[in-house]
Ligand binder design. Structure first.
Ligand SMILES: Nc1nc(=O)c2c([nH]1)NC[C@@H]1CN(c3ccc(C(=O)N[C@@H](CCC(=O)O)C(=O)O)cc3)CN21
Ligand SMILES: CC(C)C(=O)C(=O)O
Ligand SMILES: [Mg+2]
Length: 281
């Protein structure tokens, strides 16, 4: 049985912190599950860390559907949430048809949408239709050309707006929400004021849970990692070392050996070659 939306809400009620990490493919989803992570996010960050885009904006529903399906095919335990990508939930109709693809075709259990009061009509409709919705406030990367990639809601008006947005998401039926790169005291205040789980990223220790990008945690992301990211290992360096050893062994001739090869009866080969020679003349 997979972790459910209700299980995650119970974790907040029990004061258990919720660990969430992004997953974009089958092998990493399995590793995350073996490591005991209860919630996986097929994030549109896949555009940047998997597909080489410099923002999340070019990510399509096709991209999300393919990666979400890969995660769902092999994972068994985690609650899997997938981002609705940029401009795929601009209207209620868009939101419903986008959620349909990720839930019916990929099979994820919930979707995540960026935005507050302005998208509560979409959230209401999805929830009415049986789609669990995770909200996302603060630094919402799909709006980066409007708001930048910097700390959000540091001043009273935006802070008040953010709290109102969080309450609006809860009222619209969101089961949880992500708070990205906002001041820690504000995130703590939001977490106290809503009864749904608040999952932070760069939002301090006062949230009900945390989410990080797979590549940031493992040291796989090329380029300057965001300030909110923590590297728990340098797997990128380990991968490079292994691939270099492989390429060196190919060049030196020490790979492959008999262990990676198969043999045949020398008579079979000799006969095959002899019959070839006959044909040539
Ligand atoms: N590898 C990766 N990690 C992420 O957390 C992540 C992605 N990619 N792609 C999608 C979004 C984009 N995100 C980002 C990207 C950059 C910053 C950034 O540049 N932050 C500033 C700090 C903000 C401030 O303190 O004002 C920084 O200097 O790192 C923040 C969030 C979070 N998500
Ligand atoms: C950073 C998380 C919250 C996200 O939305 C993503 O990975 O796309
Ligand atoms: Mg995202």
């Amino acid at each position: 049985m997979r972790v459910t939306v209700a299980d995650v809400q119970k974790m907040k009620q029990n004061g258990e912190r919720i660990a969430m990490i992004t997953a974009y493919d089958s092998s990493s989803a399995l590793i995350a599950e073996r490591a005991g992570v209860p919630v996986l996010l097929v994030g549109d960050s896949l555009g940047m860390v998997m597909l080489g885009h410099s923002t999340t904006l070019p990510v399509t529903l096709d991209d999300m559907e393919r990666h979400a399906a890969a995660v769902m095919r092999v994972s068994q335990k985690a609650l899997v949430v997938a981002d609705l990508p940029f401009l795929s939930y601009a209207t209620i109709e868009d939101a419903v048809s986008s959620a349909r693809r990720l839930m019916q075709s990929s099979g994820v259990q919930a979707v995540k949408l960026e935005g507050g009061q302005s998208i509560t009509p979409q959230i209401h409709r999805l929830v009415d239709c049986g789609v669990p919705v995770m909200g996302h406030l603060g630094l919402t990367p799909q709006s980066q050309h409007q708001i930048g990639l910097r700390v959000q809601a540091r001043h009273k008006d935006e802070a008040r707006q953010l709290i109102e947005d969080a309450l609006a998401l809860e009222a619209a039926g969101a089961f949880a929400l992500v708070l990205e790169v906002v001041p820690a005291p504000l995130a703590a205040a939001v977490s106290e004021r809503v009864s749904i789980p608040v999952i932070g990223i760069g939002a301090g220790a006062g949230c009900d849970g945390q989410v990080q990008v797979w590549h940031d945690v493992l040291g796989l992301f090329e380029g300057r990692p965001p300030r909110h990211a923590k590297r728990f290992a340098d797997i990128g360096a380990a991968m490079e070392q292994a691939v270099r050893a492989y390429a060196d062994d190919v060049r030196s001739g020490s790979f492959p050996t008999d262990a990676q090869s198969s043999t045949m009866d020398p008579d079979e080969l000799a006969t095959a070659i002899a019959s070839l020679d006959h044909k040539d003349h």
